[in-house]
Design a protein around this ligand. Structure first.
Ligand SMILES: [Mg+2]
Length: 357
């Protein structure tokens, strides 16, 4: 019973932590750190629309993964088909922001490509956006973990690096949720079991570099520069994942400090903060996330109460003999919400043309 409550807290914390990181990071997405600092000062509150926040594709993908995990009942093919269905509907609801690879793969899914052949070759961080919740649930079983993360990754990104990055995030989320201590040593020992094969050496060396960097307590922006990411942390998985790991190892129990630091490093801020927020949220739970950040998200259909119910339903589904349904919402209204987000994004695009530079 206590274990069930811990699992529910980890799943809810992972989903909420990702959503809050996404919303706090969204206004700064794509900006170099110095410009973001001039426009928005510290990342310590919502600044998207009059002190309120909205979520983007990072949260939506995590929220599609949870019901697919529920429907799968342990079968990764069923999981992949369910995720593919959600992504088709998502594209038809006209989301205003997504990566190019995700757009191409979702168009292929809508045109009738099978989920196993829809992925396009890109080392973007889309798979890492969906994998923390898989790690919290399946991290204790490395075969299942690999299988589910593989099916989620290759649905959109037919790329080994994107898959390895997603697995690394899943393992980190598992450790964060279920181990009493967090350390680089523990991460590496889990990763070496999960990331096998010769072509994993390169990714493991990136994780080792992140661990060494965390030991020196340097700012993550220094690591990003060494990795070759010069305008903040890019959306390339070999930049995003080591930087997320570096900040997580420095602040494994400190959600707001960690999220503020990775957002201050600039670049793909909504995604880096969403991935990191999901990992730390799995450890600290809802109560470890600043409540003004939770309450400041004014979105629909994925408001914080809805996401909390989704995490609870996913936890219940693991022990229930009967199917458990994810909380529902009115799909036909989603394009109107997306139109509103598009207008907000356009406003921010125009704002960026104006000083201070
Ligand atoms: Mg996003």
């Amino acid at each position: 019973m206590a274990d069930d409550r811990l699992m529910e807290s980890a799943l809810v914390g992972c989903l909420l932590g990702g959503a809050v990181g996404d919303a706090i990071g969204l206004p700064r997405e794509g900006l170099p750190p110095a410009r973001a600092q001039k426009l928005f000062a510290k990342p310590d509150r919502h600044r998207l629309v009059m002190g309120r926040g909205l979520v983007s594709d990072d949260t939506e993908h995590a929220c599609f993964t949870a019901p697919a995990l529920m429907k799968s009942r342990g079968d990764s093919d069923r999981f992949q088909r369910s995720l593919a269905r959600s992504l088709r509907l998502w594209l038809l609801s006209l989301p205003p922001a997504m990566g190019l690879a995700t757009l191409r793969a979702c168009v292929k899914l809508c045109l009738g490509f099978k989920p196993g052949s829809s992925g396009v070759n890109s080392a973007g961080n889309g798979p890492a956006m969906r994998s923390a919740i898989v790690g919290v649930l399946w991290g204790h079983d490395r075969h299942k973990l690999r299988d589910f993360v593989y099916k989620s990754s290759y649905l959109i990104h037919h790329n080994t690096r994107a898959y390895q990055g997603a697995l690394t995030i899943a393992v980190a989320a598992y450790i964060s949720a279920h181990e009493s201590q967090v350390s680089g040593h523990l991460l590496l020992s889990h990763l070496r079991h999960v990331l096998d094969g010769e072509d994993s050496y390169h990714f493991i060396s990136l994780v080792e570099e992140a661990i060494d960097s965390a030991k020196t307590k340097e700012r993550v922006s220094n690591l990003a520069l060494r990795l070759g990411s010069h305008r903040g942390i890019s959306g390339f998985v070999e930049h995003t994942v080591p930087c997320v790991i570096q900040v997580w190892l420095r602040y494994p129990n400190d959600y707001d400090k960690a999220v503020a630091e990775i957002i201050s490093a600039g670049g793909d801020t909504d995604t880096t903060a969403a991935i990191l927020g999901g990992i730390i949220g799995a450890r600290v739970g809802k109560n470890g996330i600043p409540s003004p950040w939770l309450q400041g998200i004014k979105d629909w259909p994925r408001d914080m109460k809805w996401i909390e119910r989704l995490g609870g339903a996913l936890a219940r589904s693991q022990n229930s003999q009967k199917p458990v349904s994810a909380p529902r919402y009115n799909w036909p209204l989603v394009p109107f919400r997306n139109l509103f987000l598009l207008l907000v994004i356009l406003f921010h695009g125009v704002r960026r043309l104006l000083p201070p530079y």
